[in-house]
Design a protein around this ligand. Structure first.
Ligand code: GTP
Ligand code: MG
Length: 310
């Protein structure tokens, strides 16, 4: 049954693929089988993250990038995490004809993902969804996420190249861009460059970069785009390609993939150990310890020590 669904997904059946992704997202029992089957085929796609404040034009830009990659003959998947303006809506500039064309485009797949309610955490679920799309044969996976909050920062850790999208006129708000996000950005984009203040924003970003410490020898370029018209998008595509080449040669890509693999293995290990411990000492024993901690009869550290000793 699972094998059949996977085969259909691989042959380009988008509904089958949607069901595979739901199984993975909801951590259904067959998710483990699916991931086991697909895992050897992962690791080929280029994974690009687009993050930044709400309303900055991320979806519009992702859409442009998808178009550019399609023109290069790539098969493109888009993963939009908690999009407040979903792809079925304004992000496509209300161009219904184009939207219908896109729905018919066999080489383009769009997935929206809720940002809440993932058992193992949002980043982990996103990583799995990306792995499935990679294994199914999408050569470029674009991940859109709002760059606020730790969870979102964690999400972009699963990608190969992080594009941080800002807009002119953020002014002091630019400080509100989480330092953590700036730190992991590989490419800085000032979108809506048709608006006044783009140069100033680019300057502010450049200054913030010099203040911070670069993690590697890669110096994030600062690009201007007008996603609404497509201006600057070819430069962004080239910058992403340059970063991919650098990441491959410098070992940075391997380092990131290793980190991702480590956190996946460690979280599965944690889940497995907790499950085994619960089975071994018994559910009531754990619940009794929880109750005593809640009653302040025992501190959580002592409770864990006791359970581990049992
Ligand atoms: N003037 C101008 N408007 C733009 C540009 N790019 C996008 N927009 C508009 O900005 C609005 C928000 O664009 P989205 O692409 O939905 O932005 P987003 O960052 O995906 O928004 P959320 O997913 O809601 O955080 C839309 O009305 C776009 O048409 C641009 O380059 N210039
Ligand atoms: Mg969006």
């Amino acid at each position: 049954m699972t094998g059949d669904l996977l085969a259909r997904a691989r042959e380009g059946d988008k509904r089958a693929l949607a069901r595979v992704l739901s199984a993975v997202e909801n951590d259904e029992p067959r998710a483990a089988d699916i991931l086991r089957e697909l895992y050897p085929k992962t690791g080929r796609a280029r994974i690009v993250g687009v993050t930044g404040p709400p309303g900055g034009g991320k979806s519009t830009l992702v859409n442009r990038l998808a178009g550019a990659y399609r023109e290069q003959g790539e098969r493109v998947a888009i993963v939009a995490v908690d999009p407040s303006s979903p792809f079925s809506g304004g992000a496509l500039l209300g161009d219904r004809i184009r939207m219908q064309e896109r729905a018919l485009d066999e080489g383009l797949f769009i997935r929206s993902m809720a940002s809440r309610g993932h058992a193992g955490g949002l980043a982990r679920t996103t990583a799995r969804v990306v792995n499935v799309l990679d294994a199914i044969g999408y050569s470029v996976v674009l991940v859109e996420t709002v760059g606020v909050g730790q969870e979102e920062v964690d999400v972009v850790r699963v990608v190969d190249t992080v594009c941080l999208v800002t807009v002119p006129g953020l002014g002091d708000d630019i400080q509100a861009i989480k330092a953590g996000v700036l730190e992991i950005a590989d490419i800085l984009v000032v979108n809506k460059a048709d608006r006044p203040g783009a140069d100033e924003t680019a300057r502010d970003l450049a200054q913030m970069l010099t203040l911070g410490k670069l993690r590697t020898e890669w110096k994030p370029p600062i690009l201007r785009t007008v996603a609404a018209t497509g201006e600057g998008v070819p430069d962004l595509v080239s910058a992403i390609a340059r970063h991919a080449i650098w990441a491959g040669e410098s070992g940075e890509r391997d380092r990131r993939r290793r980190d991702a693999a480590r956190s996946e293995v460690e979280s599965l290990l944690r889940d497995g150990l907790v499950r085994r411990l619960r089975d071994r000492v018994g559910e009531d024993r754990v619940e009794r310890a929880v109750a005593r901690v809640a009653d302040r009869a025992l501190d959580p550290y002592a409770a864990v020590d006791e359970l581990l000793e049992d």
